[in-house]
Design a binder for this molecule. Structure first.
Ligand code: SF4
Ligand code: SF4
Length: 99
């Protein structure tokens, strides 16, 4: 079987066309207690979906619903246990349009 070739479209267009089948259970959980003394906060700038929002008390507000499942937050965070990361259950999560 031949290799599938995805259409050559701009990154932003692919991101903008994504839809989400949201599971009731979060596939990523952020422990705000661990985030509390994190001074670097790489997740805020690294997440392409802007799902990490700093709160006035020094914590992090995180919503999993529109996650692109890229794994960037998990890669950039250097605090053990701050992010519990998994893929959503089968049939849920981000859906990228092919055209
Ligand atoms: S998720 Fe990681 S990088 Fe982001 S604020 Fe928490 S500890 Fe810091
Ligand atoms: S996996 Fe990607 S899109 Fe999802 S929260 Fe982490 S950085 Fe953001």
């Amino acid at each position: 079987m031949g290799r599938e070739v995805w259409p050559d479209i701009a990154f932003q267009d692919r991101i903008d066309s994504a839809t989400f089948r949201v599971h009731h259970q979060a596939h990523i959980v952020v422990d705000s207690a661990i985030c509390g003394d994190c001074s670097t906060r790489e997740c805020i700038v690294a997440c392409p979906a802007n799902l990490f929002v700093p709160t006035s008390d020094g914590g992090i507000l995180f919503n999993y619903e529109q996650c692109f499942e890229c794994g960037t937050c998990y890669m950039v965070c250097n605090r053990e246990g701050a992010i519990s990361w998994d893929y959503p259950e089968g049939g849920f999560g981000v859906v990228y349009k092919r055209t």
